[in-house]
Structures are given as structure tokens and as C-alpha cells.
Design a binder for this molecule. Sequence first.
Ligand SMILES: Cc1ncc(COP(=O)(O)O)c(C=O)c1O
Length: 383
Amino acid sequence: MRVREVIRDLPASRIGEIAALGMGDPAVIPLWYGEGDLPTPAFIGAAATAALQAGHTFYTYKAGLPELRAAIADYLTGLHQRPIRAERVLVSSSGMTALMLMAQALIDEGDNLVILAPVWPNIAAAVRVMGGEPRLVSLDPLPGGGWRLDPERLFAACDSRTRGIFVNSPSNPTGWVISAEEIAALFAFARRRGLWLVADEVYSRIVYGNRQAPSFLDQAEPEDRLIAVNSFSKNWAMTGWRLGWMTMPTDLLPVIEKLVEFNTSGSPTFLQHAAIAAIRDGESFIEQFVARCRAARDVAIDGLNACRRVEVARPEGAFYAFFRVAGMTDSLAFAKEALRHAKVGLAPGSAFGPMGEGYIRLCFARDPRQVGEAVDRLRPLLD
Ligand SMILES: Cc1ncc(COP(=O)(O)O)c(C=O)c1O
């Protein structure tokens, strides 16, 4: 069968490979994917049912329901202390679709996107689908398990075919959180060079310190070449709904809107009505969810750190433990072994770029007792 070469050669997800081996086995504790065990809050589901029954089942605005765009703009304005107008917000059918739309709009064959890594593999795949080069630049691993950004190395990776710089903070998989000073340095460089900044902020509310996660939207002028990607998936336990949004300068929005027509032709109308309820009334859910994640994080990190071969820092944000295992050189083989012998589903570090080899990712967005049991089961493999 003839298909485009870049599509034929796209690597299959290594996270999916592990999940496919263990899916459907009730004995497995599934910590492979980036989602929790809580269903979507009932008030959001009820809003979807009501919208369905009220007949919101027709084609709708490509950029999203005006009322939802306004609700997102209000939410962002409240978070970032800068007015963000609804004209800069476009509703997408998931964060993933937002990333694909970004790649379709920016990446020509031979262009590159400089990507801070280790990183969720789908962003690199989106660039590859367009015939571009995902250029991964690693954070520096610190002794004790943390990570640090070297902005100069990121800038040195940019050349004449670079269209932009991609940063995911809080990071999947490392939990690293960018600082306000680092954001300012990236803006200064990108403005000088006429590059796009793509900020993946889907975990922006999932942070464990006393402060909010610094955001590119805290510092962006409305006309800056910034695309900030967000999602309903993580904050409101809506992974299966496939809804997200993008914030961008107003002159890019009609371009993305045109692309929406040829991708999804708009996001499901009744789901968008429910998303309004999520964003307006979901704060207490987020608070409880983050508190539960914090408890599970501490169980996971304390348990892992007690294992002789493990090195891991307490992540500041997102909901993953990304731990290094001394002596492990094949994380895919290790994840298969953990599935077979410990019945715990994990993601191999190599899924997140070559610099992720030697690491394992464990998603702790679940009942802390179950996370504790998973770590207990893993101990014989990690001591
Ligand atoms: C860093 C990052 N960006 C974007 C997404 C996309 O989320 P969704 O497509 O469910 O909105 C994910 C999901 O795991 C993610 O981890």
C-alpha cells in the first residue's frame, strides 16, 4: 500500500505498546497514560445531557461557541492578570488537535520546531506529519533527579529553518516548571528572531507549591507570536471528551479557523455547552483533584526514593514521577518486565526522546493507596 513516506515511517507510541500488552487485565494497575481514575464531575456531565436534550446537536462555529470562547477568555484573564479577549481564543477538539493545527499552520517540509525535551512524543509526531523536523533539546538532569533549562543551548539549536520553540510546562514527563525569568528570556529571543513560541500549558493548574505555575500568557502582548495550548482533559477529568483550546494573536486566528474546517469542522456543540459549566464552576473540583494528586505524589516519590536503584526528585507540577533506574539501559524492556512480573503499567522513558532512556514514567493521578500498592509491587525490580 502506498502512503506518504513520513506517515509510513512514523514510530508507533511506545506508551501505547505497553498499554496494548496489559489492557483488559484487571490485575494490572494502569499508570501508563496521562489520566486519572476519577470520572468527569457529575455537574459537567449533567450540562452535556441537558444540552443534548435541548437540541444542541447541529454544526456550529468553527472557532467555538462564542459563549465558551468568552468564558475561556474570562478564566484566562482571571488567572493571568492581563486582559485576554475572546477574539484570541479558539476552541479545538482536544489539546492534541490544537498541536496538530499549530503544526499545519506553521511547518513546511524541511522546517524545524525546536522542542524542549524529554517531551510527550505526540508533539514531535505532529511536526513529522507535516514533513518537518522535531529538533529535541534536552533539559539538563540535575543530581538528585531534578531538571534545569539551559536557554543558550535552546537558542543555539535554532537556525534559518526554525519556525518556533516548543515548551511544555509543567512538563510531561519530568514535572519541571519554567520560571518567569526563563519565560522572559524566551520572549526576548523569539521577538528578536521573529520565531513563534508554542507553550503547552495543559498542566498549568496542576502544581504543588504555593504559587501558580508561571505562564507565557502572564507576559504576552496580544500581538506576540505566541500559541498557548490548553485542554479540558487534565484539569476537569475530561480526557474522553476531546476538547481543548488555543490562545493566539488575532491575526492568526482566521488561519487556524480555516484549518478547523478541514480537520473537524468544529467541536461537538453539546460538549462545548458543558465545557462552559466546567470552566465557570470547576474550581473546587480542580482544588480537590490537585490535593489528591499531591498526596499520591508524596506516596509515589517517598516509596520510589526508598528503592536502592532509584533517583527521583519531587515534581513541582503535572502528575508524573519520572525516575531514573541505575543500571537500566532499556526502559521499554523494563516496562514490559514490570507489567509481566509486578502487574504495573508504566511508560518507558525512551518514549519521551533519546534523553529519556534510563528513566521510567509513572502517572500518579489516582487513589494514593493504589499508587502505594503499585510502588510496593515494583520494589523487587528496583532494589
Ligand atoms: C503535554 C501534553 N500536551 C497535550 C496533551 C493533549 O491532551 P488532550 O489531547 O487530551 O487534550 C497531553 C496529553 O497527555 C499532554 O501530556
